[in-house]
Design a protein around this ligand. Structure first.
Ligand code: NOJ
Length: 577
């Protein structure tokens, strides 16, 4: 996934025109809430036909300058496409597809379904000519509107009509549960008796549709942009994580669906799709000010606000209390971007999800197995109560034995904690991820009981097609910290790989030590970098009594540093108590 896709995304089904989109961008900027990516649903199309523009509300001569402005501001633009191609002889995409003969067949001709544009044929992505056709349509469309990513929806494949039954494949001796009712397997999709390229039946290939469309879309974007593609797909299969992000589909603006979003994203991560999120604020129904979904959604790997046609608007700036929560939660997400992006690297090389159930880190603790209201980002960050607060490093919770603790949860705050034993690379909050990327780093060390901590930082340009590919440039730095006798803490970096040049100009300006065993603030400090004493601005605090009453561990900020990220360092902080 490209770096920018870890920023915040705003979408809605029902944006009226380009001015409406402009208003949303301005609303975010005015409220000082981060926004990386603006989206448009099927509203931008001419009569819901893929690769066309509504000539009245989203004409090219307005939409193109709008997208250019977004790009100049370091923001991105993503639009939806659906697989069904409108059967319409005045529609270029349809005419070209017919010429290529790439549609799914049924009973001797193209299978006719119905989706948003009315009558449609469905491209057969098993056919190699289809990927080529798709790539050309995408490239042609991008000449008019240079979208940064594509959202592929309705690709189960979804059909508004129930196909007739032709043979036994259409009605095998079992049914599916669709919306609580037992129905034939072809319910609201392509008939199982339909035929793909090479004579493969839809019965055998059905679950591959979204996967193959995602692969074709990813390949098309890569070819046209030369950059790492961003694709969001509703339908996925084993292996889809290689090509696409996923959202959990049409949820509702309810507390129940807010809760279910956690196990949905955790499952998807375990299935091998690390970039996943649920529609923030809920898609269907009217949200309320109190729901404040962003407090959770800011920590989904894929963080997008989306809502259904005709429901109340839910952009984060509309309610002042929501805006406050959004600034706080997204502010933290943006500071964590270097950490989250490093988790993407870990997902890329090991397959480990970004958002993880607690048992992923604590398989020996059976108490964690059933927990579905909290989750981890990587091994270091826990979303919901425990450990050290990331808003105030002096708020510490220490439980050695997996005890349940109750923490204050004020309305505008989500509890997010870092686990002892971790070093998090943080950057400075900004309104776009491209700004965050240029800012100074802070290293946050949360020492474990044994006084040690470790962590990683992965850096690259965020958009080269392959992470750690043969031609890519990247830097990977490992950090370790340890408390030694006599009030000494040492922090070292080890450069595993360093071919990404900005790692030499980006600096770590501050190191924060938390979890220090002596709760009394030190009386004095000496700071050494690579054996040489330096003038650092050092401040200390300790966990004030009465915070969570679960621990009182000290915190020290060592500022005024300028440690190049790509250069190994040995930092020694001596505290005199
Ligand atoms: C169904 C999708 O799940 C939803 O997110 C989208 O807004 C609508 N289709 C309209 O395109």
């Amino acid at each position: 996934m490209p770096y920018w896709s870890f920023g915040f995304h705003q979408c809605r089904y029902g944006y009226k025109n380009v001015a409406d989109l402009e208003g949303v961008i301005a609303g975010y900027a005015k409220a000082r809430i981060p926004l990386d990516v603006m989206w448009t649903d099927i509203d931008y199309m001419d009569a819901f036909k893929d690769f066309t523009l509504d000539p009245v509300n989203f004409p090219a001569d307005q939409l193109r300058p709008f997208v250019d402005r977004l790009h100049r501001n370091g923001q991105k633009y993503v639009v939806i496409i659906d697989p069904g191609i409108n059967v319409n002889t005045t529609y270029g995409t349809f005419v070209r597809a017919m010429k290529q003969d790439i549609f799914i067949k049924w009973n001797g001709s193209n299978y006719l379904g119905v989706v948003w544009p009315g009558n449609v044929y469905f491209p057969d992505f098993l056919n190699p000519r289809t990927a080529e056709f798709w790539a050309q349509e995408i490239a042609t469309f991008r000449r008019t509107i240079p979208v940064d990513g594509l959202w592929i929806d309705m690709n189960e494949v979804s059909n508004f009509v129930d196909p007739p039954m032709l043979n036994a494949l259409d009605d095998p001796p079992y049914r599916i549960n669709n919306s609580g009712v037992r129905r034939p397997i072809s319910n609201k999709t392509v008939p199982a008796s339909a035929v793909h390229y090479g004579g493969v039946s839809e019965y055998d290939a059905h679950n591959l549709y979204g996967f193959l469309e995602a692969r074709a879309t990813h390949t098309a974007l890569l070819r046209d942009t030369g950059r790492r593609p961003f694709v969001l797909s509703r339908s996925t299969f084993v292996g889809s994580g290689r090509y696409t992000a996923h959202w959990t589909g049409d949820n509702a603006a309810t507390w129940d669906d807010l809760r279910y979003s956690i196990n949905s994203i955790l499952n998807t991560g375990l299935f091998g799709i690390p970039m996943v999120g649920a529609d923030i604020c809920g898609f269907g129904g009217n949200t309320t000010e109190e729901l404040r979904w962003i407090q959770l959604g800011a920590f989904y790997p894929f963080s997008r606000d989306h809502s259904a046609l005709g429901t109340v608007r839910r952009e984060l700036y509309l309610w002042e209390s929501v805006a406050r929560s959004a600034r706080k939660a997204l502010g933290l997400r943006y500071r964590l971007l270097p950490y989250i992006y490093t988790l993407m690297y870990e997902a890329h090389v090991t397959g480990a999800p970004i958002a993880r159930p607690l048992f992923f880190s604590y398989p020996g603790d059976v108490e964690t197995y059933g927990i579905d209201r909290q989750f981890l980002l990587g091994r270091g960050v826990l979303v919901s109560p425990r450990w050290f607060s990331l808003y105030d490093y002096s708020l510490t919770v220490s439980t050695k034995t997996g005890k349940r603790v109750t923490l204050p949860a004020p309305a505008d705050t989500v509890n997010v904690h870092v686990a002892g034993g971790n070093i998090l690379p943080l950057q400075q909050p900004a309104l776009t991820s491209s700004r965050v990327r240029q800012s100074v780093f802070h290293l946050l060390l949360a020492l474990a009981d044994d006084g040690t901590a470790s962590g990683d930082l992965f850096l690259d340009d965020g958009e080269s097609p392959e992470m750690v590919g043969a031609r890519s440039k990247w830097s990977h730095v490992k950090f370790s910290g340890a408390a030694e006798n006599g009030g000494v803490v040492r922090v070292r970096s080890h450069v595993v790989h360093d071919s990404y040049a900005p790692s030499r100009t980006l600096v770590i300006g501050m190191v924060v030590l938390t979890g220090l065993q002596s709760p009394a603030p030190p009386k004095g400090f000496a700071v050494h970098v690579n054996g040489v004493q330096v003038n650092a601005s050092t401040t200390a605090g300790s966990a004030a009594a009465g915070n969570h009453k679960n621990g009182a561990l000290g915190t020290v900020h060592v500022g005024g540093l300028a440690l190049a990220v790509g250069q190994e360092f040995d930092l020694k902080v001596v505290m005199n108590y």
